[in-house]
Design a protein around this ligand. Structure first.
Ligand SMILES: C[S@@+](CC[C@H](N)C(=O)[O-])C[C@H]1O[C@@H](n2cnc3c(N)ncnc32)[C@H](O)[C@@H]1O
Length: 210
């Protein structure tokens, strides 16, 4: 019952006590994943970069520091109104300068033009998408040919969450997500083990081919 409630809030945080607690947890537990997803995306000053399921916005903030060229642009998509508002507050200055645009939207229907994004990254997100292939297809649509997508996760935590019933089904398994990417026009899909300080995590990389 409690694990089910926590699982629902992780997938779609709402204005509630559990939503607030889950958000505190996200900031504390996932900062390393957000920072490393940005590092591994090899962001260039004039890139257009998209974060999916940005949650509180730590990764957006990190990415915006690198987009210092005149054409550098940051996009974010999250379907939780709570997270959209929290991240919009964090990114207020960049939004007001036109350097960042955040969409309150499901990623499958994100209002982003096709072939416009150089780098996409997301952390702790894909296991909440109802349909992994539809999600991967939607990402592929907005990416430029040769664009890179980076996904970071902590496999140990996912296994634990699945065993406790916080995550249900099999979608958290990286190989299922990687297969969805391969079926949607991505190549060179691979997972690497990484470590920062004492924390082990994984990064999945793929290239958009068109
Ligand atoms: C577990 S949280 C992770 C937040 C942040 N990336 C982090 O690691 O702290 C998952 C986030 O993805 C968002 N999300 C899940 N499925 C989504 C979808 N289909 N479209 C847009 N956002 C989605 C949720 O609203 C939530 O903010």
């Amino acid at each position: 019952m409690l694990s089910n409630k926590v699982g629902k809030q992780l997938g779609h945080p709402t204005y509630s006590l559990t939503g607030w607690l889950v958000t505190k947890f996200l900031k504390w537990h996932n900062q390393i994943l957000e920072e490393n997803a940005v590092k591994l995306s090899n962001i260039q000053p004039n890139d257009t970069v998209l974060e999916l399921g940005h949650g509180p916005g730590l990764g957006l903030q990190e990415a915006s520091r690198l987009l210092v060229g005149p054409r550098g642009k940051l996009l974010g998509v999250d379907y939780s109104q709570y997270m959209h508002q929290m991240a919009s507050k964090r990114m207020e200055e960049q939004i007001s300068r036109g350097k960042a645009v955040l969409y309150h939207s499901d990623l499958v229907t994100m209002p982003i033009e096709e072939n416009t994004v150089d780098k996409v990254f997301h952390c702790n997100c894909y296991y909440f998408w109802p349909d992994l292939k539809a999600g991967a297809k939607a990402i592929h649509r907005v990416m430029k040919p040769g664009g890179i997508i980076v996904t970071t996760l902590r496999l140990d935590s996912l296994k634990k969450a699945a065993s406790m019933g916080v995550l249900t089904g099999d979608k958290w398994r990286p190989e299922i997500y990687m297969e969805a990417l391969e079926c949607s026009g991505f190549t060179d899909v691979r997972m690497e083990n990484k470590r920062e300080k004492l924390i082990k995590f994984q990064a999945i990389f793929a290239n958009a081919v068109k």
